[in-house]
Design a protein around this ligand. Structure first.
Ligand code: SF4
Length: 172
C-alpha cells in the first residue's frame, strides 16, 4: 500500500502506553462517537469537531517512529468504527510493514460489526487482532478489570473469531 491521502481527526496520541492493551503500545484516539454512554470517560472526544485534522501518513509515521519499542497499536476514541474508512487503511499499512498487532476499542458489539452491510466496518474488523467491544455501562463498572471499564465489554480475538465463525475471547 502506498501513500495514504486521507485525513483523520486525531483527538489524542500516546507514544507508549502500558494500559491500553497487551505490551507497550502507541494509542491513537480519534474524534467522533455517537454512543453517548453515561459517564463516558472521553466526553470531549464525542464531538467530531474536537482534535486536529492530521494526514493518515503522518499518523503512520508517528507510530512507526516508536517501533520496535512498541509491539502494537491501539485505536480508541471516540469511536474508531465511526472512522473506519480511514482506520482500516492505516491498520493495513502498519501490518504490512511491521509485526505489530492492532487492538481496537468500540462501543459497538462484535456481532453488530460482523453482520453490518457497511463494508468499511468489515474491512477494519478484518485488519485488527483484538477488539474490546460494547458500550461502557455504569452498572457493570469494575475497576479491577484489565483493559476495559465494565464487565459487559469483551476482549475478543478477532482473527480466531472470524475463522471459527463464533466469538473467541482472548485468554487474558
Ligand atoms: S463509546 Fe467510549 S467515547 Fe463513545 S460515548 Fe461510550 S465511553 Fe464515550
Amino acid at each position: 500500500m502506498g501513500c495514504l491521502k486521507e485525513k483523520i481527526k486525531v483527538a489524542g496520541f500516546l507514544e507508549n502506553s502500558l494500559v491500553n492493551g497487551d505490551g507497550i503500545r502507541s494509542v491513537l484516539f480519534v474524534s467522533g462517537c455517537t454512543h453517548n454512554c453515561e459517564e463516558c470517560h472521553n466526553k470531549a472526544m464525542q464531538s467530531r469537531e474536537y482534535g486536529e485534522l492530521v494526514g493518515l501518513d503522518n499518523v503512520y509515521e508517528r507510530i512507526m517512529r516508536n517501533y520496535p519499542l512498541i509491539n502494537g497499536v491501539t485505536f480508541s476514541g471516540g469511536e474508531p468504527f465511526e472512522n473506519s474508512d480511514a482506520l482500516y487503511k492505516l491498520a493495513r499499512k502498519i501490518k504490512n510493514n511491521s509485526d505489530m498487532n492492532i487492538w481496537c476499542y468500540t462501543g459497538y458489539k462484535y456481532e453488530e460489526l460482523m453482520n453490518s452491510d457497511k463494508s468499511e466496518w468489515k474491512e477494519l474488523l478484518k485488519s485488527i487482532d483484538v477488539l474490546i467491544d460494547g458500550k461502557f455501562i455504569r452498572e457493570f463498572k469494575d475497576e479491577s478489570l484489565r483493559y476495559r471499564g465494565s464487565k459487559n465489554q469483551r476482549i475478543i480475538n478477532v482473527q480466531k473469531s472470524i475463522v471459527s465463525n463464533r466469538i473467541i475471547k482472548l485468554d487474558i
